[in-house]
Ligand binder design. Structure first.
Ligand code: NDP
Length: 475
C-alpha cells in the first residue's frame, strides 16, 4: 500500500500539515491501494507564498528560457510515461489501451504550448499605443480526476509559457498519479516555487485558493456546480477565472450520413473514457424515420466494445472511478426508466461477472425527449440518449436546447451541409464526421454553463496575460 503524505512546494517534497487521511481504492477490485494525507490551509498558503516570491524573477525570464523549461517538462514525463500510464489504470480504472496515449498527449501539451509560444505576440501596437501582454501572476489551478495528467499538464504549460507561477490542487482521488507527476516535474529542474502542487479537498485547499488575495486567477476544470461556487468565492478579490465545466453534448446524425460508420462512432463518442468525459456526445439526435436502424446498429456497436479489466489491452470500457460515480450512474438509469425512456441495451446493476468493481452496464435509451432528466443533466458515465427529429431545423433546436455548450458532433456525407449545421450550433467546439479531439491548437472551452475562457494553443496563452497599454509610446 502506498502512503502519500507530501506536497510539492518550492521544489521540495514537504510533509503535509493536515491530518485528515483519505483511502485510495482500485476501482476494478475495490481494494485499498493507498492513503493520501490531505493538506490544510497552511499548506496551500505556504505554496502560494512560494509561487508569489518565484513570480518576481520568473515573470522576467525570456521566451527561450521558458521554451527550454517546457521541453524539459515534456522529456521528464516521457521518461516515465509507462509508469504514469500504469498508475492511471490502477487508480482510475482507465483502460490500458487509452492510458499510454493519453499520458503521451499530456506530455506533448508542453511541446504544443512551446510552439504556440513562438508565435505569441507579447508586444502589440495599436496606433501610437504599445500594448504589453503581462503575465497575470500566481495561477491557482483546480483539476478533476478524469485524465489527471492531461488536466494538470494543461494548466501548467500555459502558465510556464507566459511567465506565470502556479499552485495546483488536483483531485485527491488521483493522489498516486499526482505523486508520480510531481517526481517528473522535480526532474525537469524548474526554478523553485514556479510549480507547486498541494493535495487536499476542494472544500479546504480549493476554497482557500479561491479566496486568497495572492492568487491572480483560478483556472478550474470540473463540474458546473463547483464552477459556480468558485465564481462566488473569487468575487471578493475579483480574480480572473477560467472555467472548463460540464456538458451534455449533442451528436446530430443527418439523413445522408453513412449510418454504418456514424452510429458506431456515436457510441464511441458517447462512451469515451467509459462515459467519464466532459465532451462525451451523450445526446444522439437521429432522423425519426431511421430509429429502428439506429437501434440495431447501436446494439451491435455496444456488443463489440469489450468491457473488462482495464489492464487487458483490448478492453474499451473499464470500471467507473468510484462508488460515488457508480451510484450516480445507477440513479440516472433508474430515473430514465421511471420517466418512460425505452431501454435499448444495458440497464441497472453490474454487468454479469463484474460485481467486484465499479463496473456499470453500457446503457442506451431510445424514445428520450429533450425535457427528460437524462437529456438535460450531465451523467458522467456510459449512458447514451437517442432523441429523434423530423426536420434539420428541429435537430438544431434540440441540440441547442440545453444549459451547456461544450462540444457538438455532426455526421453527414455532404461537408457543406455539415458546416452549415455546425455554424448554427451553440458550442465551443463542433466536430464534423469525427469523434476524436485531436487538434491541440484548437481552442477548448464552453459556451453558456459549460464555462468561461479557453484552453489550448494561443487561446490558452491569452488567458494568462493581461494587456497593459502604454499611450503616446510613439510620436
Ligand atoms: P468536481 O467539480 O466535483 O471537482 C473538480 C475539482 O474541484 C476537484 O479537485 C474538487 O476537489 C474541487 N472542488 C470541489 N469543491 C470545491 C470548492 N468548493 N472550491 C474549490 N474547489 C473545489 O468535478 P469532478 O472531479 O467530479 O470531475 C467531473 C466534472 O468535471 C464533470 O462535470 C466534467 O464535465 C468536468 N470536466 C470538465 C472538463 C472541461 O474541460 N470542460 C474536462 C473534464 C471534466 P475534491 O476532489 O475534493 O472534490
Amino acid at each position: 500500500m502506498k502512503i502519500i503524505n507530501q506536497h510539492y512546494i518550492n521544489s521540495h517534497f514537504v510533509k503535509s500539515n493536515g491530518n485528515e487521511v483519505e483511502d485510495l481504492i482500485n476501482p476494478t477490485t475495490k481494494k485499498l491501494i493507498g492513503r493520501v494525507t490531505l493538506g490544510n490551509e497552511k499548506d496551500v498558503q505556504t505554496a502560494i507564498a512560494a509561487a508569489k516570491e518565484a513570480f518576481k524573477l520568473f515573470s522576467k525570464t525570456t521566451i527561450e528560457e521558458r521554451s527550454n523549461m517546457l521541453q524539459r517538462l515534456h522529456d521528464a514525463i516521457m521518461d516515465k510515461a509507462e509508469i504514469l500510464a500504469q498508475a492511471s489504470v490502477e487508480e482510475y480504472g482507465s483502460p490500458a489501451s487509452a492510458s499510454y496515449g493519453r499520458t503521451v498527449f499530456a506530455a506533448k501539451t508542453f511541446l504544443f504550448t512551446k510552439e504556440a509560444l513562438q508565435e505569441f505576440e507579447f508586444e502589440r501596437s495599436m496606433g501610437k499605443t504599445k500594448v504589453i501582454m503581462e503575465p497575470l501572476g500566481v495561477i491557482g489551478a483546480i483539476t478533476p480526476w478524469n485524465a489527471n495528467y492531461t488536466h494538470i499538464c494543461g494548466k501548467i504549460a500555459p502558465a510556464i509559457a507566459t511567465g506565470c507561477t502556479i499552485v495546483v490542487k488536483p483531485s485527491e482521488i488521483s493522489a498516486l498519479q499526482t505523486k508520480l507527476l510531481m517526481e517528473c516535474i522535480n526532474e525537469a529542474n524548474i526554478p523553485a516555487g514556479v510549480i507547486n502542487i498541494v493535495n487536499g479537498s476542494g472544500a479546504v485547499v480549493g476554497a482557500e485558493m479561491t479566496r486568497h488575495p495572492d492568487i491572480a486567477k483560478i483556472s478550474f476544470t470540473g463540474s458546473t456546480n463547483v464552477g459556480k461556487l468558485i465564481s462566488k468565492g473569487a468575487v471578493d478579490t475579483l480574480k480572473r477565472l477560467a472555467l472548463e465545466l460540464g456538458g451534455k453534448s449533442p451528436n446530430i446524425i443527418l439523413e445522408d450520413a453513412n449510418f454504418n460508420e456514424a452510429i458506431p462512432m456515436a457510441v464511441s463518442i458517447g462512451f469515451s473514457n467509459t462515459g467519464q468525459a466532459c465532451h462525451a456526445g451523450t445526446r444522439l439526435i437521429v432522423p425519426e424515420n431511421r430509429l429502428e436502424e439506429v437501434k440495431k446498429l447501436i446494439k451491435e456497436a455496444v456488443k463489440s466494445m469489450k468491457l473488462g479489466n482495464p489492464v487487458e489491452e483490448d478492453t474499451i470500457l473499464g470500471p467507473l472511478v468510484s462508488q460515488k460515480q457508480f451510484d450516480t450512474v445507477q440513479r440516472y438509469i433508474k430515473i430514465a426508466i421511471d420517466e418512460g425512456a425505452e431501454l435499448v441495451t444495458g440497464g441497472l446493476g453490474h454487468p454479469e461477472g463484474f460485481e467486484d468493481g465499479y463496473f456499470v452496464k453500457p446503457t442506451v435509451f431510445a424514445n428520450v425527449t429533450n425535457d427528460m432528466t437524462i437529456a438535460r443533466e450531465e451523467i458522467f458515465g456510459p449512458v447514451l440518449s437517442i432523441i429523434t427529429y423530423k426536420t434539420e431545423e428541429q435537430a438544431i433546436e434540440i441540440a441547442n436546447d440545453t444549459i451547456y455548450g461544450l462540444a457538438a458532433y455532426v455526421s453527414s456525407s455532404n461537408l457543406e451541409k455539415a458546416k452549415n449545421i455546425a455554424s448554427k450550433i451553440v458550442a465551443g467546439r463542433v466536430l464534423i464526421n469525427k469523434g476524436v479531439h485531436d487538434d491541440p491548437y484548437a481552442p477548448f472551452g464552453g459556451f453558456k454553463q459549460s464555462g468561461i475562457g479557453r484552453d489550448s494553443g494561443i487561446y490558452g496563452l491569452e488567458e494568462h496575460v493581461e494587456p497593459k497599454a502604454i499611450l503616446s509610446y510613439k510620436e
